[in-house]
Ligand binder design. Structure first.
Ligand SMILES: NC(=O)c1ccc[n+]([C@@H]2O[C@H](COP(=O)([O-])OP(=O)(O)OC[C@H]3O[C@@H](n4cnc5c(N)ncnc54)[C@H](O)[C@@H]3O)[C@@H](O)[C@H]2O)c1
Length: 261
């Protein structure tokens, strides 16, 4: 693991991190474990078990398809059974499958973006609630995106707008129950080549060209004019998840070099 470790901010806490096999979720899970948390890493990719092994003795892996209610419910139950409860849920599963002008999207492709980037968080937020209630409170961190304003991925933008709505409305509903609900809105983030591609069918030449237009737009929109790193995304997620953010709820923190989405 790279990046600084400041303190055992998660000692005594149980975290569930979704989409933890690679990318931002992987970095969040490894650092949470390094800071003393007991972590369930959930992913539909089998190699999430390798990441859990890397995270150490206080981590475990669980395979589930979080685009289904049953997958989300099973993951939360497994975390509670394995570690005795849940304190923190980090809803990280998501990501634009295709980049294309909206006029080029087929109806089934629109549905697929909503299933990938809205439904896992909508279902997992609901599935975790009884477990947080048993603990007398807890924290949900949703990973949104600055792509709520951006080109060539309107269905994904709509899904992430939904994530922002879940965050604000659930925060209002649950504050009296000692449950905080917060989000980060990452901008473009550099990552090593993905073991699991966003689009299992592979990108066409046209999609590669549209992707390049998205990269230009993202860099141009951000005052810092650069992509962030995975560690620059993991750090604010874990700040919001920790008790250091105890007076913050309903907030969506842009982490996008100054692009506010
Ligand atoms: N990377 C970026 O540039 C960027 C920018 C803005 C927002 N985000 C958001 O950050 C989050 C993480 O992005 P990333 O680039 O690290 O993701 P990624 O695509 O690299 O990894 C996503 C992980 O989620 C898993 N996953 C996907 N669908 C699943 C399902 N149905 N059930 C269980 N697991 C599933 C994958 O197997 C994979 O391990 C996403 O919500 C994404 O929208 C990323």
């Amino acid at each position: 693991m790279s990046g600084p470790v400041f303190a055992a901010r998660f000692a005594g806490k149980v975290l569930v991190v979704t989409g933890a096999a690679q990318g931002i979720g992987r970095a969040v899970a490894l650092r949470a474990a390094a800071e003393g948390g007991k972590v369930l890493l959930v992913d539909r990719a089998d190699f999430v078990a390798e990441v859990a092994a890397e995270a150490g003795d206080n981590a475990a892996a669980f395979n589930a398809d979080l685009e289904s209610w049953d997958g989300c419910d099973a993951a939360m139950r497994h975390a509670a059974q394995t570690f005795g409860g849940i304190d923190i849920l980090i809803n990280n599963v998501g990501g634009a499958i295709r980049m294309r002008p909206y006029a080029e999207f087929e109806p089934d492709q629109i549905d697929a973006e909503i299933r990938r980037s809205l439904m896992p968080t909508l279902y997992c937020c609901r599935a975790v609630l009884p477990h947080l209630a048993t603990r007398g409170g807890g924290t949900i961190v949703n990973v949104s995106s600055n792509a709520t304003r951006g080109i060539h991925r309107v269905p994904y933008s709509a899904a992430k707008g939904g994530i922002n709505a879940i965050t604000q409305s659930l925060a209002m509903e649950l504050a009296s129950q000692n449950i905080r609900v917060v989000a980060t809105a990452p901008g473009g983030t550099e990552a090593p080549p993905r073991r699991i591609p966003r689009n299992a069918e592979g990108d066409s030449e046209a999609e590669k060209a549209w992707m390049s237009q998205v990269v230009d737009q993202v860099k141009q929109s951000a005052p810092m004019h650069r992509y962030g790193t995975i560690e620059e995304q993991a750090a604010p997620i874990l700040f919001l998840a920790s008790d250091e953010a105890s007076y913050i709820t309903g907030s969506i923190l842009p982490v996008a070099g100054g692009d506010t989405g």
